[in-house]
Design a protein around this ligand. Structure first.
Ligand code: PMP
Length: 430
């Protein structure tokens, strides 16, 4: 047999960063399978089961032989339902079924969107198109956009601004090369949300840039946690999810992305959707449909029966889960605030905390591990206390090394046990 060492992978794949959240999650699962009592706070998925009506709808659809290929963009009843919800609930104008594409999870939705927006420069010296990314941001936005050919410009946000991009900061960052502004509200990992006023100010900056220096600018809005909202806004009123695509001036240059995974405990079904508005939105979705036709063809039709049921028949289950996340948020933040040297914001939506652990950098563990970064902190916590958290590095180049991300999509017993282990770990650092 001849040697295979000389066979290379594409430079594209060779240079691609692996997902740190998936890596920690897999490591925790492997330790658990090997019999170790691991407390896993790394997985961004609800511990609840998919609501029964959704499961029953999929089973019925399988029994009715909905097991063949469907329309590339998703079957008509699903796209019509999504267009109606986007119009009525998200208040996005000019959305029809032809403005919607259903794909295999929000990750795939983002992947397709980036592929359709960015070009790899073909002429030497030609500048790359830029994506503006407020950080800390979920770990896959950056590498997926880079893979498509974008230059990602990270815009560091601050705890004082609740980790949110300000309109002034955005205005200063837009250039003629700006192709996309990436937003995610509620946010993974910060669990903060933009208010209507903040989004209006951002939309005004984008509308102005579109008229002047950045005619190609679009907004990509990941609203996956839209239904998991429980906190209050700056004035103490219940926070409200607002779609930036609802602002008329930029509606037709906004791509809105969502999916049933987090809200309806359907992560493993691998479903998500994208939508546009008006002329560009329709053209964009047609382009993505071509791309989907040349990649995964379509999603499975019987899983869409489950998704339609989730979106129309499972409000009670959705509310039960939302309330559970609300009470877990308050329990977990209360427990974590008792641990010395941990600074954290109040979660408003989604199900994460992203505490600043920088007070402990420079210390060592009893086993002698030096904690120089969040990556060291997370590795030692897993090694010495069997608790899996995601180090912050991949969420922000500027400040990620000072944070860890923990998901509170787990039961109260685990939250109490986790806070206790984390407290013991922190107390052991010298
Ligand atoms: N966007 C955000 C903000 C996320 O947190 C996640 C999952 N952690 C995804 C996208 C990916 O979602 P999906 O599982 O539907 O691909």
């Amino acid at each position: 047999m001849s040697g295979t060492a000389a066979i290379s992978l594409s430079a594209r794949v060779d240079s691609l960063k692996a997902s740190s959240t998936v890596a920690v999650m897999n490591k925790a699962k492997a330790l658990k399978a090997a019999g170790v009592d691991v407390l896993n706070f790394s997985a961004g998925e609800p511990d609840f089961n998919t609501p029964q009506p959704a499961k029953a709808a999929a089973i019925a659809a399988i029994n009715a032989n909905a097991t063949k290929y469907i329309d590339t963009a998703g079957d008509v009843p699903t796209r019509e339902l999504l267009a109606k919800l986007l119009t009525e609930r998200n208040k996005i104008p000019n959305v029809t079924k032809d403005h919607v594409l259903v794909t295999a999870g929000v990750k795939m939705a983002l992947y397709l969107a980036y592929q359709a927006l960015f070009d790899v420069p073909t002429v030497p010296g030609q500048p790359q198109q830029e994506m503006l990314l407020p950080v800390p941001a979920w770990v896959s936005f950056n590498p997926m956009a880079v893979l498509a050919g974008a230059k990602v410009i990270e815009l560091p946000t601050t705890p004082e601004a609740d980790f949110k991009l300000t309109a002034a900061q955005l205005k200063a960052a837009i250039t003629p090369r700006t192709r996309a502004v990436m937003l995610n509200s509620p946010s993974n990992p910060c669990s903060t949300m933009y208010s209507r006023q903040e989004l209006a100010a951002i939309a005004a900056v984008i509308a102005e840039a579109a008229r002047t220096i950045a005619p190609q600018i679009v907004v990509i809005s990941d609203e996956l946690y839209q239904n998991i909202v429980f906190g209050t806004d700056a004035s103490g009123r219940p926070a409200e999810h607002v779609s930036i695509g609802s602002f008329p001036d930029i509606a037709e240059r906004t791509i809105t992305i969502n999916g049933p995974g987090k809200s309806f405990a359907m992560t493993g079904w691998r479903l998500g959707w994208l939508s546009g508005s008006g002329e560009f939105g329709k053209r964009f979705i047609a382009g993505l449909t071509k791309l989907q036709g040349q990649s995964i063809t379509c999603v499975s039709g019987f899983s869409l029966a489950a998704m339609r049921s989730a979106l129309t028949e499972c409000d009670a289950e959705l509310e039960m889960m939302r309330k559970a996340f609300a009470s877990r948020a308050s329990l977990f933040t209360g427990l974590l605030r008792q641990i010395p040297g941990l600074k954290l914001a109040n979660p408003v939506g989604a199900f994460y905390v992203f505490p600043d652990i920088s007070a402990h950098l420079g210390k060592s563990t009893p086993k002698g591990a030096v904690i120089a970064s969040a990556a060291d902190f997370a590795a030692a916590l897993l090694d010495e206390h069997h608790m899996a958290v995601v180090p912050g590095e991949d969420f922000s180049q500027a400040t990620g090394h000072k944070h860890i991300r923990m998901s509170f999509a787990c039961d109260e017993a685990q939250l109490r046990a986790g806070a206790e282990r984390l407290g013991r770990f922190v107390a052991s650092l010298k």
